[in-house]
Write a protein that binds this ligand. Sequence first.
Ligand code: GTP
Ligand code: MG
Length: 407
Amino acid sequence: MENIEKIYVIQPIISENYKILHEEAISLIESANGAYCGTSYQNVKEINPATYIGSGKLCEIREKLDGLEEITILFNGDLSPSQTLNISAALDDRKVIDRTTLILDIFAKNAVSSEGKVQVELAQLKYIYPRLKGKGAALSRLGGGIGSRGPGESQLETDRRYIRYRIKYLESKLLETAERRKLQTKRRAKDNKNVIALVGYTNTGKSTLLNLLTGSNVLSKDALFATLDPTARKFEIDGIEFILVDTVGFLQELPTSIIEAFKSTLESALNCDLALIVADAMGDYNMQIKTTLDTLTELGFNKPYLTVLNKSENVSDFSGYNKDYIFISAKENLGINALKRKIKEKFNEKYVLCELFIPYEQINDFYKINLYSYEKFKEYTNDGLIIKAYILSTQINEIKKYIINNN
Ligand SMILES: Nc1nc2c(ncn2[C@@H]2O[C@H](COP(=O)(O)OP(=O)(O)OP(=O)(O)O)[C@@H](O)[C@H]2O)c(=O)[nH]1
Ligand SMILES: [Mg+2]
């Protein structure tokens, strides 16, 4: 069994949301299989360029931890390479990691697909590269445990030139996959596949919802960043087929190196026809929705979306919420029909339900219609075919002459 690493948190207080950031740090530690063992808070009015927080506070922390062996320090913010080294030196040479390193570590632990692994390795190398300038101490400490897992591990001891080369290589590999993905998206668009993307803050229940809607069994668990690879599954609402895509979740202040690395996977979800932005009704859903929308905007997202508040099984008073939110509980299977109705409403702008009569002489036209319709009902009569189907509204003109009923 893996040795459980004890992690002590230094929480700088810079903005009002430090409490949520701290709670998230504890979840991140658990998601990395570490054991949280305490926190020192520090007000930061001005960042100390050498050590971020003041040296007096570092002395205090050193004394507090005195005699305790094998404790890793998580600085819950972003440190420069020299700050990492200086803090480590001030704390009896303990191992110091920052928030990005911890997040990258979880990504490395959870990456399954080869593309996911490439993306994580790239983000790790890009993060580590400027840090290799430091003293040998930084490198020797990357020997194992949290902050140094993952595909990049064996490369960490080698020189910067190799890492530069490796970054180029991984980037070109990702470009190839991105091209393939573009083709797949084009093909889906050509087949008029309706793609719905599940996006939102991490741990809000996106994968649980995917499992419920599509009868699948993808990994869902109480951990941050359980899902890294996009998963696509089919499901139907009243005979219309949809493809539901589950993706990596977001977190406030997610390092840009990670967003950059996962851009191509996220883009495939962003090429959807509709996005479901999932948030936690019992959590800080305003922050979650804002973080999600901000990240999506950064990625050029401009598709219609519905906001879904999950985990709402215990919500009794809905008056404080925005009236456009759709409340569900993916775990308790509540509100799912209403959600499906809303999804269909969105797509109704795209489809018209029609009844058509096609004489057998023109039966070839039926096969054309088939390409862009969803059939509900079909009957072969003496003179021709009667079908009831959802037809793409953009294609209605082509088959106008066959319509006998249009509602
Ligand atoms: N109480 C409650 N818990 C839920 C509900 N839906 C999901 N969960 C739990 O929330 C946790 C996270 O669920 P996931 O489906 O893995 O969440 P996710 O958004 O896919 O998370 P990541 O992939 O890690 O970003 C799991 O422990 C689920 O069992 C719900 O409706 N109510
Ligand atoms: Mg998930």
